[in-house]
Ligand binder design. Structure first.
Ligand SMILES: Cc1cc2nc3c(=O)[nH]c(=O)nc-3n(C[C@H](O)[C@H](O)[C@H](O)COP(=O)(O)O)c2cc1C
Length: 317
């Protein structure tokens, strides 16, 4: 997560039993990424991962050098996203790195399997960030992925709590990936305004931008996003990325570091409607695991023996 996936965030997730992921491109150079990985290692002795995002950007980052920093930092799991990692697979595999490719469709997941990815992260239409252009939500996408894939996959997009986890498992996923939910934690290294915005927002407050550019992104509505949408309406199919430069370039540091919540487009998932507190990462993960157990033992067993309680909204009181 751009400007969120710093060492502090990744270490907190790994220390709590998850796989914390550092965002490589938030580090402006491969040297800075190497330092961030080292900083994270000082905060956790658990496995960590690094995200490598291939997206259209104003200047192309030096990916081979980023991969070298990941390899030399001893990181054994890389989450790729944006475009197929095919051209970088030999380098990643030679370094003994497991590759989890984030995909928004079954066909991209199958391609990832074919080129040797170890797992995929199946990112439904609900997700914060780039949901692709097919608009298939996870209730359909996950079972479709389960029907087609041989490699394991995690469910991504709209995952927030134990209900998400149990649902994801039941639809064939091996686990779940959370983005937006982790920003609303004590350890998330972002401005308090961001966490407050997540508490205040509902599931109705995200918007899709850059559709005309086939680079759709789900973002949290704010003044900058309203301006962006207005420009998109005016330009229609003639929209160019330069037309919305002000509303998308350099927004992340303004939002995440300075807390300027109206600065423009920053990724946020519909799951924001399920966020009502700011726990520590450990409290969040422990709660998810405990409530998942309760759902499985009580609610799902109740389904089998006919004692299921109707309309229960949370797993445990
Ligand atoms: C603030 C923010 C920044 C993100 N930045 C990236 C990124 O740089 N690269 C990437 O692959 N995904 C990025 N994502 C997407 C997440 O990695 C993840 O796929 C997504 O948040 C899952 O959906 P959820 O938000 O509903 O949990 C970002 C998400 C958020 C909320």
């Amino acid at each position: 997560m751009h400007y969120v996936g710093f060492a502090e965030m990744a270490a907190a997730v790994s220390n709590a039993g998850g796989l914390g992921i550092i965002t490589s491109l938030t580090q402006r150079t491969p040297e800075l990424l190497a330092k961030e990985i080292a900083r994270c290692r000082d905060m956790t002795d658990k496995p960590i991962g690094v995200n490598l995002t291939f997206l259209p950007s104003f200047t192309a980052p030096p990916y081979p050098e980023y991969i070298a920093a990941i390899r030399e930092g001893g990181v054994k799991a890389v989450e790729t996203a944006g475009r197929s990692p095919e051209q970088y697979m030999p380098a990643l595999k030679a370094a003994g790195i497991k590759v989890i490719h984030k995909c928004t469709s079954v066909r991209h997941s199958l391609k990832a399997e074919k080129i040797g990815c170890d797992a995929v992260s199946v990112d439904g239409f609900e997700c914060g960030g780039h949901p692709g252009e097919d608009d298939i939500p996870n209730m359909i996408l996950l079972p479709r992925a389960a029907d087609e894939l041989k490699i394991p996959f995690v469910a991504s997009g709209g995952m927030a709590d134990a209900r998400s986890l149990v649902a994801a498992l039941s639809m064939g996923a091996a686990g779940m990936n959370m983005g937006t939910r982790f920003i609303a934690t004590k350890e998330a290294p972002v401005h308090p305004n961001v966490k407050q915005a997540l508490l205040d927002a509902t599931e109705l407050d995200t918007r899709l931008v850059m559709r005309a550019l086939r680079n759709t992104e789900r973002v949290l509505k704010n003044k900058g996003v309203d301006e962006l949408l207005e420009i998109e309406r005016e330009k229609g199919a003639t929209l160019k990325i330069d037309d919305i430069h002000e509303q998308i370039a350099g927004v992340y540091p303004k939002v995440m570091i300075d807390g300027e919540m109206d600065a423009g487009a920053w990724s946020c998932g519909m799951v924001v409607g399920l966020i009502n507190d700011i726990p520590t990462v450990k409290e969040l993960i422990d709660r998810i695991m405990a409530e998942a157990e309760a759902i499985i033992r009580q609610r799902l067993t109740g389904f089998l023996d006919g004692t299921i309680e109707p309309a229960r909204t949370r797993a445990v009181a």
